[in-house]
Design a protein around this ligand. Structure first.
Ligand code: PDD
Length: 277
C-alpha cells in the first residue's frame, strides 16, 4: 500500500510521523473517512468541506485548497490501484515541543492512506445487526470529526465484547448517534434522525439518505429520538461511510420491531446503493 505524508507518496511501511506530533501527543487533529467505489471517491466534496469545517473549529487553516487536496486523494487512490476502498485523511496541528497552547510557526501534518474494503456482508443486511446503548461519555463538540476517539474505542470494544456491532450514545435521555455511525429510528412509519448539534457528527451518509428521501418522497426527516421510545421503534438503522445503511434488529438484547429488517430500510438501502454505483 502507498501512503501520503506531507506531499510525498511512499510505501506505507516507510511512512513516518514524529513522536512530537501534536496528533500523537494531544490528539490535536481531525480526520475524514471517504468511501471509494470503482476507483471514484463518493461525496468527496462533502467530506473535504466537513474537513475544512473541523479544521476551522479547532483554529486551523486548511493545509491546501479543496481542489488541491481532492487531487491528492485521487492520486493516492490511483497509486493504490484502489477500486472499492476507503481513503483516510488526517490533519494534525503538526510537530512541536510538548506544550498545550497552539505553537507559533508550526506546519500541519497531513497523512493519507487508502485501504481495501470488503463489502458489507449480505447476512448483516438480511438479518440485521445488534447494538447496545451507552451513556454518552464524550465531549460536547462531537460535531468536530476529532481524532480523539478514546470514548468511541472503549464503547465499541464493549459492544464487541457483548457480541454487538455498535454502541448508541444517549445524552440526557436523547439518542444522539452511534460510536462510529448516525442513527435513524422509525415510529409510526416515519423515520427520524437527530438533527445537527454539538453531540452529533453531521454524517455524510445520513445526509445522502435525507437527500434520497426528499427526492423520492419517503417519510424520513430530522427529529429527536427519546431513549425511552427507542425500544418501541419499528425499525432502527445506522449509517456511515464504511457501513452504508445497516438494519439494527437487536437493541440491548431485545428484538427491534418484528426482529427483522423493515420495509422502509429496504427502500432506503436500494436507493442508497443506486446512488453510490
Ligand atoms: N465514522 N458519527 C460518528 C461518531 C462517526 O465516527 C461517523 C463515521 C459517523 C458517520 O459519518 P459518515 O456518514 O460521514 O461516515 C457518525 C467513520 C466512518 C470512522 O470513524 O471510521
Amino acid at each position: 500500500p502507498i501512503a501520503y505524508v506531507n506531499g510525498t507518496f511512499l510505501p506505507l511501511s516507510e511512512a513516518r510521523v514524529s513522536i512530537l506530533d501534536r496528533g500523537f501527543q494531544f490528539a490535536d487533529g481531525v480526520y475524514e473517512v471517504i468511501p471509494v467505489y470503482g476507483g471514484r471517491p463518493f461525496r468527496l466534496d462533502a467530506h473535504l468541506g466537513r474537513l475544512e469545517r473541523s479544521l476551522r473549529e479547532i483554529g486551523m487553516a486548511p493545509p491546501m485548497d479543496r481542489e488541491a487536496l481532492g487531487e491528492q486523494v485521487r492520486e493516492l487512490i490511483a497509486r493504490n490501484e484502489g477500486r472499492d476502498c476507503q481513503a483516510y485523511i488526517q490533519v494534525t496541528r503538526g510537530e512541536a515541543p510538548r506544550n498545550h497552547p497552539f505553537p507559533d510557526a508550526v506546519h500541519p501534518t497531513v497523512v493519507m492512506t487508502c485501504t481495501p474494503v470488503t463489502p458489507v456482508p449480505e447476512e448483516w443486511i438480511r438479518e440485521g445487526v445488534s447494538v447496545i446503548t451507552a451513556e454518552d461519555i464524550r465531549w460536547a463538540r462531537c460535531d468536530i470529526k476529532s481524532i480523539a476517539l478514546l470514548p468511541n474505542v472503549m464503547m465499541r470494544q464493549k459492544a464487541a465484547e457483548s457480541g454487538a456491532f455498535e454502541a448508541l450514545w444517549v445524552h440526557q435521555g436523547q439518542v444522539m448517534e452511534g460510536a462510529a455511525s448516525n442513527i435513524f429510528a422509525v415510529f409510526g412509519g416515519r423515520a427520524v434522525t437527530p438533527p445537527d448539534g454539538s453531540r452529533v457528527l453531521p454524517g455524510i451518509t445520513r445526509d445522502v439518505v435525507l437527500e434520497l428521501a426528499a427526492e423520492q418522497d419517503l417519510p424520513v426527516a430530522s427529529g429527536e429520538i427519546d431513549a425511552a421510545d427507542l425500544p418501541h421503534a419499528e425499525e432502527i438503522w445506522v449509517t456511515s461511510s464504511t457501513k452504508e445503511v445497516l438494519p439494527v434488529t437487536r437493541l440491548d438484547g431485545e428484538p427491534v420491531g418484528k426482529g427483522r429488517p423493515g420495509p422502509l430500510f429496504r427502500t432506503v438501502l436500494d436507493a442508497y446503493r443506486a446512488r453510490i454505483r
